[in-house]
Design a protein around this ligand. Structure first.
Ligand SMILES: Cc1ncc(COP(=O)(O)O)c(C=O)c1O
Length: 519
């Protein structure tokens, strides 16, 4: 991002340099901020949307509007116990003009902080951002270069738009079954082969924390005259500490979606869509965001993006210092747990600047159980919940609030399970099974809307998939509508299901059957 917030000794964190918000987007005075003085519309100490909700509450307003739970008085007591009275009294409806104004002010502050021209608050996660952005930029039949590790929401956006994906596959580590990011040379070759491609869609960081070299990839895309959209769902914190990989906007991406709820402290489902430069039609993005969002937003949800932005601006560097220190201690502690192998940048042969240190990846193959089983045992026996697991690994996310007692409970829990044994998984590796492009018969949209039939999973080999099958995590579809199902995919999906893993998207979640296009 322009002027990364590197903290000590540099500009005070709440003062965002004026050039980061274009003149046209300033909410009040057009005068640029003098150095060291927050300009109007740039004062990162403000949280306009959260403040408006608070103002409404303070006035003890008598309401006849929705939601009809009336500040919780008409809510079920179990709900009240779950979310608390404070949350219910914040679930209000502002005057629409005021709501529009304070939301835009809050979004402009976010745009200024992230170095975007325009920011959009999203109440349906990065999933909603992927839908809206692709709907704004692609038309039916357009070619779009998409990283094969795209999230399932991007695949649904392809169904919605009718665009045709040209897959680009992340490099794979030869033995560690991990994607290593998209290589600039591969992108250059793909764009040369597909000169009509209208957009490049990449994921960085991946679920494993591995980032692509977005700067080099942006150069390649722009040299071909194509805008670059990065799904940075896992990277809302990246701009706020110099030890983290460079965030995609700073690296030159034209637009980014990021899940502030994942690692930046806002409520679940909240996210940001950020757009910059003149390669995109910002108003088309604004329209698509509005048209794909609920017309009755939960204001505390959106306000949590506002307060999270404020906190990152004022304290982000210090918070991330704490989180990075905690991640270091966690790694040290876990390195002493027998049978657990930490997978870090050195093992993957990557520069440390290309891997998010707040994602800790543990290979548990030597424990003789799948990652999914170890995950379940930790929850059931130790009341320790990790971010996610797959057949071989556990994935942890470190936050600034993780204390040594918590870190120790995880490590002691793993030790206490006293597991050892032969590897529980012998089938195809997850990355290999998920990331290999397959033969495509028709576009995802045509397959999604085609006449289809339900067949036993193994009978689907050689047929054209009419639905998605997505092991979750990481949320990367193994089966994509419109592609010919192959035996390796089926074997991998069977191993996920038999290990107790969750498969998202297919009508039959047990995957005993699959929907394929009618021949
Ligand atoms: C790469 C990627 N993109 C998008 C999403 C969707 O994000 P959200 O849960 O905020 O909708 C995820 C979710 O994990 C993801 O991993």
């Amino acid at each position: 991002m322009n002027g990364r917030l590197t903290g000590a000794g540099e500009q005070p964190l709440h003062v965002v340099p004026a050039p980061r918000v274009p003149q046209s987007l300033r909410t009040s005075s057009p005068a640029p901020a003098a150095a060291g003085v927050p300009g109007p519309g740039h004062d990162q100490r403000r949280a306009p949307l959260a403040e408006a909700v608070e103002r409404y509450r303070r006035r003890s307003t008598v309401s006849f509007h929705c939601p009809a739970h009336r500040g919780g008085r008409a809510a079920d007591h179990v709900l009240r116990g779950l979310v608390g009275q404070e949350m219910l009294t914040a679930d209000v409806w502002l005057d629409p003009a005021e709501q529009h104004r304070v939301r835009r002010e809050a979004e402009d502050l976010a745009a200024a902080l992230w170095g975007a021209d325009r920011a959009f608050f999203l109440g349906n996660g990065s999933s909603g951002g992927n839908h809206a952005f692709l709907l704004a930029t692609l038309r039916p039949g357009d070619e779009v270069v998409v990283a094969r590790d795209a999230h399932v929401s991007t695949l649904m956006a392809l169904v919605m738009t009718g665009a045709r994906p040209v897959w680009i596959t992340p490099d794979l580590h030869p033995t560690l079954d991990t994607g290593l990011g998209i290589s600039p040379a591969a992108l250059a070759a793909t764009l040369e082969e597909h000169p009509r491609a209208r957009l490049v869609v990449l994921v960085s960081p991946a679920y494993s924390g591995v980032c692509s070299d977005v700067s080099a990839l942006a150069d390649v895309a722009h040299a071909a005259g194509v805008p670059l959209f990065v799904d940075e769902a896992w990277g809302p914190h990246l701009p706020f500490h110099a030890w983290l990989p460079t965030d995609a906007l700073a690296a030159g991406a034209d637009a980014v979606v990021t899940s502030t709820h994942k690692l930046a402290g806002s409520l679940s489902q909240s996210a940001l869509l950020l757009v910059r430069g003149d390669r995109l039609d910002v108003e088309a993005v604004a329209t698509a965001v509005r048209m794909t969002a609920s017309t009755s937003p939960l204001l505390p949800l959106l306000a949590s993006i506002d307060t999270c932005r404020r906190r990152l601006a004022l304290e982000g560097h210090a918070l991330l210092d704490r989180a990075l220190a905690g991640a270091g201690r966690l790694r040290e502690r876990l390195a002493r747990v027998p049978g657990v192998v930490l997978v870090g940048p050195g093992d993957l042969g990557l520069r440390p600047t290309l891997v998010d240190p707040l994602k800790v990846v543990l290979d548990v193959t030597a424990l003789g159980r799948t990652g999914v089983e170890v995950d379940r045992l930790l929850r059931e026996r130790c009341a320790v919940a990790v971010e996610g697991s797959d057949l071989r690994r556990l994935y942890l996310v470190v936050s600034p609030q993780d204390d040594d007692a918590g870190l120790d409970r995880l490590a002691a829990g793993l030790e206490g399970l006293r597991l050892r044994g032969a590897p529980a998984v012998r089938g195809p590796g997850s990355a290999a099974a998920m990331l290999r492009p397959r033969e495509r018969a028709v576009s995802p949209r045509i397959a999604w809307f085609a006449r289809s039939e339900t067949v036993p999973l193994r009978a689907a080999v050689g047929r054209v998939a009419a639905e998605l099958a997505t092991p979750y995590p990481p949320g990367i579809p193994v089966l994509v509508p419109g592609e010919v199902v192959d035996a390796a995919q089926v074997a991998y999906l069977e191993s996920v299901v038999s290990a107790g893993g969750h498969v998202h998207g297919a009508a039959d979640a047990s995957l005993a059957t699959l929907r394929v296009m009618t021949a």
